[in-house]
Design a protein around this ligand. Structure first.
Ligand SMILES: [Zn+2]
Length: 450
């Protein structure tokens, strides 16, 4: 891992040493660190990006304010549409090592493009490594990923194998969860003997359920923890996973666009990565006191390539008052409502993680928003909103993009619509399936949310 990071020109190991120390700082010292970093970020954003230079001027924002953590509330929140409209003006073109483009759907189902620099990548990676250390999992230990991403899919197998060999990582595909595949995943798991498993809680729970159904036990004496992330971790998922694999389940909260926001310690409290991320809880445009719920708004303190100041995550949560018994000075939070993930089901028995269809739709140019609905007879309807009249997406292009996921057995209908209404709870559910598989209870429960 140190070589891997060094080859990529990142200061990850130095940042990790830094974070290892700072987690024990008293809250007031961590707050002082945030104040200092906020001031530095404002100065950087004002001198190196035209978007923030204009935004600060428009709101007469004092970038040298004594108390930037309070003064920041004088700036408007940053929503996805603003990022979409001004993305290129938010980028620092001189970023050391350049910037990398990412695409995500956030929690709204609307595709979003943004950029990340090496400094942010390295800090996010260092924060992730620190959370692993909380569970006695260290650099070089074997880690099994149950994950799916377009990056992994387009890489050649050789590159992947070499990287896996160097970093002691093994990837199994969370987008391909047919019963037969899951049996081979359990074989892989026992052969590989990982120190930790990392992935979507819904997928890992599905794998555990498969093992339970088959009456199959797995023996993993070296397994120290199961790290789940990317979506809400329901208590029943947690229970199923930890019982089946005989290891604690620990939850991480973050996203590609917002960073590594928080992670659970062994005491079960979600600690904010406050050295790198400034979190505000906002309701009706106002910041609410600790203990009250609202939208989670994030300013990444080390995202210099493309500063994200007061980014609206769309997730609901609260900051918790008090200190954790683990002794860390990092503040605690709860995520009340966030991304939930559904599965799609194919007539041949395969189970597709929602992201496996979300990714190709997100990549399709001209798509502003989409919603996927599967009926009980396996047929699928995709509603698509075009970016604008000029960049109009066609039904054929949508159908072609999802063909590798759905295959040709599924009856597919694509509708081009003007808008997609949100659900009554205000939450956008972008993949929903009505196929009921009574033998697998976990998806039933996951679907009832929202
Ligand atoms: Zn703790």
């Amino acid at each position: 891992m140190p070589t891997h990071e060094w080859l990529l020109g990142r200061a990850t190991m130095r940042y990790q040493r830094e974070l290892r120390e700072s987690q024990w700082l008293a809250p007031k010292h961590l707050h002082a660190l945030q104040q200092k970093k906020l001031t530095q970020l404002f100065a950087h954003a004002a001198s190196n990006t035209s978007f923030y230079r204009d935004r600060f001027a428009e709101h007469q924002f004092d970038i040298q304010a004594d108390d930037p953590a309070s003064q920041i509330t004088n700036l408007p929140l940053l929503d996805k549409q603003t990022i979409r409209d001004h993305c290129e003006d938010m980028v620092w073109s001189q970023s050391p090592g350049g910037v990398y483009a990412y695409h995500t759907g956030g929690s709204s189902g609307e595709p979003l493009k943004f950029y990340i620099d090496k400094r942010r990548q390295a800090y996010d990676q260092a924060a992730r490594m620190r959370s692993h250390e909380w569970f006695d999992v260290h650099v070089g230990d074997r880690e099994l990923y149950l994950w799916g991403s377009p990056i992994e899919h387009t890489r050649t197998d050789t590159v992947k194998r070499i990287r896996d060999w160097i970093t002691h990582h093994r990837l199994i595909d969370a987008f391909e969860m047919s019963p037969g595949r899951m049996d081979t995943y359990l074989d892989t798991l026992e052969r590989f003997q990982p120190a930790c498993i990392y992935g979507y809680p819904s997928s890992i729970a599905l794998l555990a359920e498969r093992g339970i159904e088959q009456g199959r036990t797995v023996t993993l004496p070296g397994l120290k923890a199961i790290f789940v992330t990317g979506e809400i971790c329901y208590p029943h998922h947690r229970h199923t996973i930890s019982e089946y694999f005989s290891a604690p389940v620990t939850n991480g909260y973050g996203s590609r666009e917002a960073g590594f926001i928080a992670h659970e310690c062994p005491e079960g409290n979600l600690h904010v990565t406050s050295e790198n991320v400034f979190v505000e809880i906002i309701r009706h445009g106002q910041r609410v006191p600790d203990g009250e719920a609202g939208e989670i708004v994030v300013t990444h303190l080390d995202a210099y390539g493309m500063p994200m100041i007061r980014y609206q995550t769309g997730d609901i949560g609260k900051l918790k008052p008090g200190r954790c018994t683990c002794g860390r000075g990092l503040p605690m939070m709860d995520v009340v409502e966030g991304r939930t993930t559904d599965f799609l089901y194919l007539p041949d028995g395969s189970i597709k993680h929602a992201l496996s269809i979300i990714y190709p739709l997100r990549e399709l140019s001209g798509v502003k928003q989409f919603r996927v609905l599967q009926q009980a007879d396996y047929s699928v309807t995709i509603d698509v909103v075009s970016e604008n009249r000029k960049a109009c997406v066609t039904r054929e292009a949508v159908a072609r993009s999802v063909l590798p996921v759905l295959g040709d057995e599924v009856d597919l209908q694509v509708d081009l619509v003007d808008r997609i209404p949100v659900t009554r709870s205000g939450k956008f559910h972008y993949v929903t399936s009505k196929v009921s598989l009574p033998t697998i209870s976990i998806q039933q429960d996951a679907r009832s949310d929202g």
